[in-house]
Each structure stands twice: as structure tokens, then as C-alpha cells.
Design a protein. Structure first.
Lengths: 668, 265
């Protein structure tokens, strides 16, 4: 992306001033809360004494203030490095999934092989970040590092890491709360022992980056040109990414995931029209430091008022979503679109085989879900007649619910993918699920014991509002599918911030929310499952009516329009349809399952090309996925349960990676 | 200004197109296109050829002036009604999703059967005709994505033919074709305009092919109209220098007598 000098420094000079002002003001207020005085002499006096208040100042407030500066500077520098290397204004430690990877590796190490932690937790986090980085870049390489493909891949990998981390947290629920607080980025300090090492490590990364700025500047040129000038672009790129990974990993290891500072710092720098890499790095670090510090001081002031502990990561998530949306609007519409996958010709005979296999799969998953379970002692059991009769009242509702939710998500995903001609579209990636979840949370918190219908209405309103917002935001670009996706991801980030906020705040409803947001079918009542079924059955007759449009849209909106499709009406109806289905399914499967993302793909691979058969095939796969996820979640870690939605995400993840590799291969 | 002696099908009146950033891509464009004629739009890169074609197709709304179809403002038409009258083929129509050639061509019938209708006998006839006219019969069951660039381009031309619109707008329809297929497609377009009385407007890059096949040539330069003329009137060294900024020699073709331009370098 070119950084055009569209807006001069003068014009935007207000931003750094405001930022600095906010940081200073909030720091002063929180210092006042901490010490009860603003008189420098009193504070200095306090700092030299011992006693509770002095300790709070010298070992709490001060290191926290400094660590916010250090972490913010490091994250923003890492973001600037990634953005420079990938020529991608949306790159940052969190959007590339690196932070999520670091956190996942750390969680794994802490829970299973704590002995490895002696090598240093930032080394573990670095390994995680590099592993995820390699994965994301391998997947994105075939698309020629198209900015949006890189970010989409990164965000999906981040979601996946998040899902696995949550599953781990559920299995080891005794650590749940601390994992959550750490995971959402908490800067609370009780001494100086983190700040020193972190400051040193970040400083090393910063100094190396700034020293190497001149050769790294070469990456602005095309690879051929850079080589012609005697540079080695591949090596430079590797170096740049490595420094970025190092900075991200050390910060994740020290304070957890603090999203979007890495995105915002460089964004402000770009707005000011700063173009040389060295200045970019410096300014980004400064703005990142001020941003995180302002946010963290703001959180302290807020926490003092509402009396709960709120991690700063939750706040940056809430602000980061809208920021991402603003950045999309600036992104020029020249990015290569993501292309569809299948290009193989499938003969009718093998098509028949594939379809029979698919049918078999659905039946098998149902049979397994109905008949196979574990008894009280944990032994595997084929449950029949008497046994089945005993467990059936509990089992029927969740099997029905999983079946219907999988079906609905898959259908919604197929509609969205065909409509946007974008293979990465789905209720999950468009943020529709997250929107539905926000709607439902609002209802749960606003009304005492809302009925299922009220919840569905709330979720539907949330889903539709999200869709309208996303389409309004991307109208200017002519609804470019890539932008819609990023806008959707931004909404998802907003939601995550929200959940983290409620979760760490300790509201009693939050625990239920966590179970639900990971898609638990545990304790699902038959009434509720049947309500979902009614919604699904009521919505299905609309499908044949949409089929003609769905056949045309994969050719692109231009072609659809020149063939006489009224774009706004057809788009509106299709959106409404998928929003309702998503809302209903989200109530059950939670906002993350990937069922709506991968089922349409697998159906296409199975040779279903026409809208109707494609949708039906996807529905069968979605249903099978959710039912088997529910079943596996129930029996695998017996007596613990992995929620169905989470389990589905974990099953779907590897399939998704495989699909992404196919997309990459055919896309270039 | 008048480009034709036949009944006017499509017309642009003082049309202007500005981008959202206020960049003027086209201005003061007044041209008429008659039925039963093949019109070529020529011009240098960025002269506004594709933009003009998209305006005629109703895909770019004019910032000023208007576009009419049979005398009526095209914004008055419903999307399907317009598509029954005007077929448009984009420069890069995409790889045809997952469809086979035949399925892709079938989609050209959408304006006729609409979102709910079924394919009737008339639809099938139109599809068959489009497939045989474009010589796609041997590959009708192949997936569009597996075709060569030229085959794919012919498949898309077949889509617009299946649409059975009296006006055909084609943006560089022969750019991916080899020489033999270029002539084949242009001969087909010539035949359709003469025999079926279609109004065909095509953006063409090759001035000699335009002069050989078109009844009229619309020349654009920097977003403005240079001239609308018959090939014989346009193929003059002075005119060509004005349009392309290049010295050119013009000679009659040894056998057909059509004017042929050669760069004089």
C-alpha cells in the first residue's frame, strides 16, 4: 500500500496532541486515586517511605505506568515492521495471529510441560508466534501475499488458537479465571521484576529495527528492483518479520494479548504522512506507548469507579474493532480478491460415490451420537434399549439442537459465500455470529430470565444490525467482499473485547455466558431445540426462491447486474435470510464453530455446484459436523465436556487450513 | 455527431462521468448507436473506452447528461427489463465460478425467466443457438475454469448471446483470442449485426480490425470524443496521429481494399 501524502501533518497534528493530553490527564487522575494527593512533594515523600500506600505507589502504580509505555511501544513497532514488510496496513501482532499463537503455546506449556518454562516464557511464546507466523505466511504465500488474504488467514488462525485456548481453560477450569485475565491483557504489576527484563528485550528489538531501517527501506521496492540494487529482499523480509515476532512474543509472554495497539500506532503515523521507515518506527513506538498508557490509565480510573478488575486488553479490543473499520475505508480497492477453490472436473460416477459417502457420514454421526456413550465409570458403551431409554431425555434435545444448528449455519454460510463470491465468507467470519451474540447478551443482561423467543429476537436484531452496519460501511467500495470480511472481523473483535470485559469483571452471569459463547449444548432443553427447529423449517422454503440469484452471484455483482438482477433487493433478502438463520443457530452453537465456513467448501469439493444442491450438501455436512462435535465433546474428555461449538471449531480448524492451501494454490 | 442512418438504439447525451474522488474520466460525450450496425470504440489506454461502455450498460451512472435506450432514459428501466434489451460483457468477467460451459450460458437466460421461472423451450433454443454460434459444442460439458483464455472468452460471449438482447456491449471481446478466433468472433458479430439487426458496440484495441469490421468507429482521447466516423473517413494519417499520438501510414488492403494503418517508425 502506498502511503500517499493525502493529509498533511498540520491537519492531523491534533491527534498526537490529544493523545498526549489524554494520557497525561488520565495518569494524573489515577495517580490522585492511588495517592490521594497531587502535590509533588507529598508524592515524592510517599515514594521514599515504606507502608502500604507507598508500596502501592512504588511497586504498583509506577511499574504499571512504565510497562504500559514499554509494551505499547514494542507492539506498535512490531506492527510497523509487519506493515512495512507485508506492504499491508492491516498487519499487526494480533491481526496476524502471532499473539494468539504465542499465548496458545504458553498455555500448553504451563498446563502440560511446565518444566519447559525454565528456558523462559518468552522463548516459548516466540516459538508459538513463529509457528503461527510460518503457517500464516505459507498459506498466504501462494496468493502473492495479498494483504487481505494474509489478514484473513491470520485472523482465522487467531480465532482458532483462541478456541483451543478456551477449550484448555474449560478442561482445566481451576485455572480458568487467571488464564482469562492474563489472556486478555492485564498490566497490573506488583513489583519491578517484569518491567526490567521486558524493557531490555523490547529495547533490543527497537534498537535493531531502527539501526537496520535503511536496508529495510529497500522492501518498499519491488523484489526485482531491490535485488538489482544489491539487497536481498527475502533475507531482509525474514529479518524484519523475526524482529516483529520477537517483540510480539516478549510482550505476550509478559502481559498477555493486548490487541490493536500494534495496529493503531502505525495507523496514526501513516495519517500524519510520515514515510521514511526510521521515522515511522520511532513515531509508531511513541504513539503506541501513549495509546496503551492512556488506555491503561483510563482503565484504572474506571476500575476504581466500578470496583472490578478490567483488563486493558478488553478495552483495546473494544476500541480496536472500530479502528479496523476506519482503516478498511482507507485501504484502496486494488487488492486481489480471494478466488474460489475447486477446478477439478468430477465425473458423474465419482460424484455419486461422494454423495453416498456423504450420506453415510451423516447417518454414522447420528448413529454414534445416539447410541454410543460412556457409563458412569467412564467405560465406552453401545447403549441400546434400556440404557438408551435412560439417557435419551438428555440426549434427544442436544442431538436435535446440534443437527439443526449445523444445518442452519451451513446454509447461511453457503448463501453468504455465493452472494459475495468469496470463499472466506461465513456467518463466523462476517461477524454475524458475533453480532447475534452481542444482541443476545444485551437481552440477557437487560431482562430477567428472558424466554427463548425473546433471546432469538434479540440475537436476530443483533445479527441484522451487524449486517446492515457492515454493508453500510463497505458501500463506498461497492461491497468489495474482502472489505466486508474485514469489517466482519472487526465486529468480531469488538465482541471478544466485550466478552473479555464481562468475564474478567466477575459478573455471575458471565460464567454462563462463557459456556454459551463456546457453544455448549449441555443442558439444552427440548423446548429450546424445537424452537430452533421451527425457525429452520420455517426459513427453508425461502431457499428455492433465492436459488436463481444464488446461481448468478458467484459470477460477480457486475455480471449479475448486467443479467438483470436488482442488486439491492436481492442482496437485502439474502442477507435477511442468512441473518435469521445465523441468529437462531448462534443461540445454540455459540459465535464460533466454523461450520458455516467449511461446510459450503466441502460441499463444493463434493461436486455440488448449483445453488440448491450446494446448499443441501452443505447442510448435510454442517449437520454431520455439529452432531459429531457434540458427541465427541461429550465423550472424549469424560466426565468433562468440551462445548459442541468449540469442538466443531477444533475439528474444523485443520480442514480449514487444508482448504486455505487449496485456495492459495488455485488463486495465483 | 450522428453516427448512423438507421434507427437509434442507444444514445449518450452530453454524458459525463466522475469518480467518487471527483476525477473526470469522461466529459461532453454525445454519440448515438444505431440498430443493425457494429460500432467500435477505440482510443489510447485510459481514454475512457471501458468507462463509456459501462455507462451504456447502466453500470456507471452518468454524473451529468443521460443515456437513452430507444429514446427512454435507461434509469427508467428495471434491471431485468434493461438486461432483456442490453447485454454487457466485461473486460474481465471472471473465471465462471464452478460452472460448466453449458451451465454458464444458461445463466444468460435469467432476464427472461426471472428468479422463479423455469427454463422453457424458448430458453433452451436460445442456449443451443448461442453455443453453436460460438463453436462451443465440443466443450459444452467442460468446467469453465479449466478452459483456455480464448475458450473462456467465447463462453462469455455465448452468455451475452443467450441473453437475446438487441444491443450487445462487449469490452475487448477478442483480447484473449488467437488470430483465427479473432476473425471468427468478429465475423460472427458482423453477421449478427447485419442478419439479426443487432446494435453491437465493442471496445477494440486493434485499429485495423476495427476498420475491417466496424460500420462506425468512435474515437476517444483523454475522456473526450475525437470523432465518430466510418472507417474510411477515420483512417487518415492526420486523424490517426490525433487519436493515438503516433505517425501512421494508411494503405488499402491488397485484396479487400479496406484501409490498413501501419506505424511509420
Amino acid at each position: 500500500m502506498k502511503t500517499l501524502l493525502r493529509r498533511p501533518f498540520m491537519y492531523h497534528g491534533a491527534i498526537p496532541v490529544t493523545l498526549f493530553g489524554a494520557m497525561a490527564l488520565l495518569s494524573v487522575i489515577s495517580l490522585h486515586i492511588e495517592t490521594g494527593s497531587l502535590n509533588p512533594a507529598v508524592i515524592l515523600d510517599l515514594a521514599t517511605k515504606t507502608g502500604t500506600q507507598s508500596l502501592l505507589l512504588t511497586h504498583g502504580w509506577t511499574p504499571r505506568f512504565l510497562i504500559a509505555l514499554v509494551a505499547g511501544a514494542g507492539l506498535a513497532t512490531a506492527g510497523a515492521l509487519f506493515q512495512h514488510t507485508l506492504k499491508n496496513p492491516l498487519a499487526s501482532p494480533s491481526t496476524l495471529g502471532l499473539a494468539g499463537g504465542g499465548k496458545l503455546f504458553l498455555t500448553l506449556a504451563t498446563l502440560y510441560v511446565p518444566s519447559t518454562l525454565v528456558v523462559g516464557d518468552d522463548i516459548i511464546a516466540l516459538l508459538g508466534a513463529i509457528t503461527v507466523g510460518l503457517l500464516v505466511f505459507t498459506l498466504a504465500r501462494r496468493s502473492g501475499f495479498s494483504p487481505l488474504v494474509v489478514i484473513l488467514t491470520g485472523m482465522i488462525v487467531a480465532l482458532y488458537c483462541g478456541a483451543v485456548t478456551t477449550a484448555l481453560a474449560i478442561i482445566h477450569h481451576e485455572w480458568l479465571k487467571s488464564l482469562f485475565i492474563w489472556g486478555s491483557g492485564d498490566l497490573t504489576q506488583d513489583g519491578w521484576y517484569i518491567l526490567g527484563p521486558l524493557g531490555l528485550k523490547v529495547a533490543v528489538g527497537l534498537v535493531i529495527a531502527i539501526t537496520l531501517a535503511r536496508p529495510l527501506e529497500m522492501l518498499n521496492l519491488s523484489d526485482h528492483q531491490a535485488s538489482a540494487l544489491g539487497a536481498s529482499p527475502a533475507r531482509l523480509r525474514m529479518l524484519c518479520l523475526l524482529i516483529g515476532c520477537w517483540l510480539s512474543a516478549t510482550i505476550v509472554a509478559a502481559v498477555g494479548i493486548v490487541g490493536f495497539v500494534g495496529l493503531a500506532g502505525p495507523a496514526i503515523t501513516r495519517m500524519l504522512g510520515i514515510r521514511r521507515l526510521r521515522s515511522k518506527l520511532g513515531y509508531s513506538a511513541a504513539f503506541g506507548a501513549m495509546l496503551l498508557c492512556a488506555a491503561d490509565q483510563g482503565i484504572q480510573v474506571l476500575s476504581a469507579h466500578i470496583g472490578t478488575l478490567v483488563p486493558v486488553g478488553a478495552l483495546t479490543g473494544i476500541f480496536g474493532g472500530p479502528l479496523l473499520i476506519i482503516l478498511i475505508r482507507q485501504l484502496r480497492a486494488n487488492a486481489t480478491p480471494v478466488r474460489n477453490t475447486t477446478s477439478t472436473q468430477i465425473s458423474n460416477r465419482s460424484l455419486l460415490h461422494i454423495r453416498s459417502l456423504l450420506g453415510l457420514l451423516v447417518v454414522l454421526s447420528l448413529v454414534a451420537a445416539i447410541f454410543i456413550g460412556r457409563d458412569v465409570d467412564g467405560f465406552w458403551q453401545f447403549q441400546w434399549a434400556g440404557d438408551l431409554q435412560t439417557v435419551w431425555p438428555w440426549r434427544e434435545a442436544r442431538i436435535l439442537g446440534a443437527l439443526v444448528a449445523g444445518t442452519m449455519l451451513a446454509i447461511a454460510g453457503t448463501v453468504l459465500q455465493r452472494m459475495t463470491a468469496n470463499p472466506m465468507a461465513s456467518p463466523e467470519s462476517l461477524g454475524v455470529s458475533a453480532g447475534a451474540a452481542i444482541g443476545m447478551i444485551a437481552v440477557i443482561f437487560a431482562i430477567d430470565a428472558p424466554s427463548a423467543w425473546v433471546q432469538i429476537s434479540g440475537a436476530s436484531i443483533g445479527a441484522i444490525a451487524t449486517l446492515i452496519a457492515i454493508f453500510a460501511l463497505t458501500r463506498q467500495s461497492g461491497y468489495a467482499p474482502e472489505r466486508i470480511l474485514i469489517a466482519g472481523i472487526a465486529v468480531g473483535a469488538l465482541f471478544d473485547g466485550f466478552i473479555a470485559f464481562l468475564m474478567a469483571g466477575g459478573d455471575p452471569r458471565a460464567a454462563k455466558l462463557l459456556a454459551w459463547s463456546s457453544g455448549s449444548t449441555y443442558g439444552l432443553s427440548f423446548d429450546r431445540a424445537s424452537i430452533l427447529t421451527i425457525v429452520a423449517v420455517a426459513a427453508l422454503p425461502a431457499l428455492p426462491a433465492l436459488a436463481r440469484w444464488l446461481n448468478l452471484f458467484p459470477l460477480g455483482p457486475m455480471t449479475a447486474k448486467s443479467l438483470g438482477v436488482d442488486l439491492s433487493i436481492s442482496r437485502g433478502l439474502m442477507l435477511l435470510f442468512s441473518a435469521i438463520l445465523t441468529a437462531a443457530a448462534t443461540l445454540l452453537a455459540g459465535p464460533l464453530s466454523f461450520a458455516g465456513l467449511i461446510a459450503p467448501h466441502l460441499a463444493r469439493l463434493a461436486g455440488f455446484r448449483h445453488a440448491l444442491s450446494h446448499t443441501m450438501g452443505a447442510a448435510a455436512i454442517g449437520a454431520a459436523l455439529m452432531v459429531s462435535a457434540d458427541w465427541l465433546g461429550r465423550i472424549l474428555f469424560f466426565p468433562w465436556e468440551i462445548p459442541a461449538g468449540l469442538m466443531a471449531a477444533i475439528i474444523a480448524g485443520p480442514i480449514l487450513v487444508w482448504l486455505l492451501m487449496r485456495i492459495g494454490r488455485n488463486g495465483s | 455527431m450522428n453516427s448512423t442512418d438507421r434507427p437509434v438504439a442507444l444514445a449518450m447525451q452530453d454524458a459525463r462521468f466522475e469518480t467518487a474522488e471527483g476525477l473526470k474520466l469522461l466529459d461532453e460525450l454525445t454519440v448515438t448507436f444505431g440498430t443493425g450496425s457494429l460500432t467500435a470504440i477505440v482510443g489510447h489506454n485510459g481514454s475512457g473506452k471501458s468507462t463509456a461502455l459501462k455507462m451504456l450498460a447502466g453500470l456507471n451512472k452518468p454524473s451529468n447528461g443521460k443515456i437513452t435506450l430507444n429514446g427512454e432514459d435507461i434509469s427508467e428501466f428495471s434491471a431485468r427489463e434493461f438486461a432483456k434489451n442490453v447485454a454487457y460483457l466485461a473486460q474481465d468477467p471472471g473465471d465462471g465460478a464452478d460452472y460448466t460451459v453449458e451451465e454458464l450460458v444458461t445463466l444468460g437466460r435469467y432476464p427472461w425467466h426471472g428468479p422463479f421461472g423455469r427454463l422453457g423451450g424458448e430458453d433452451r433454443q436460445a442456449i443451443e443457438r448461442a453455443i453453436s454460434l460460438t463453436g462451443l459444442k465440443p466443450i459444452r460439458q467442460r468446467a469453465v475454469r479449466t478452459l483456455s483464455g480464448g475458450e473462456r472468452q467465447r463462453a462469455w460471449i455465448a452468455v451475452t448471446l443467450a441473453q437475446q438482447a438487441p444491443c450487445l456491449l462487449l469490452d475487448e471481446p477478442i483480447s484473449a483470442l488467437d488470430l483465427a478466433h479473432q476473425y471468427e468472433v468478429l465475423l460472427l458479430l458482423e453477421k449478427l449485426s447485419k442478419q439479426d439487426g443487432l446494435c453491437i458496440i465493442a471496445v477494440l484495441h486493434d485499429i485495423n480490425l476495427a476498420a475491417r469490421f466496424a460500420d462506425y468507429i468512435v474515437a476517444l482521447k483523454g475522456g473526450r470524443l475525437v470523432t465518430t466516423a466510418t472507417p474510411n473517413a477515420l483512417m487518415q494519417p492526420a486523424m490517426l496521429r490525433d487519436i493515438f499520438g503516433l505517425d501512421m501510414l494508411v494503405h488499402p488492403h491488397p485484396t479487400t481494399g479496406h484501409p490498413v494503418a501501419l506505424a511509420n517508425l
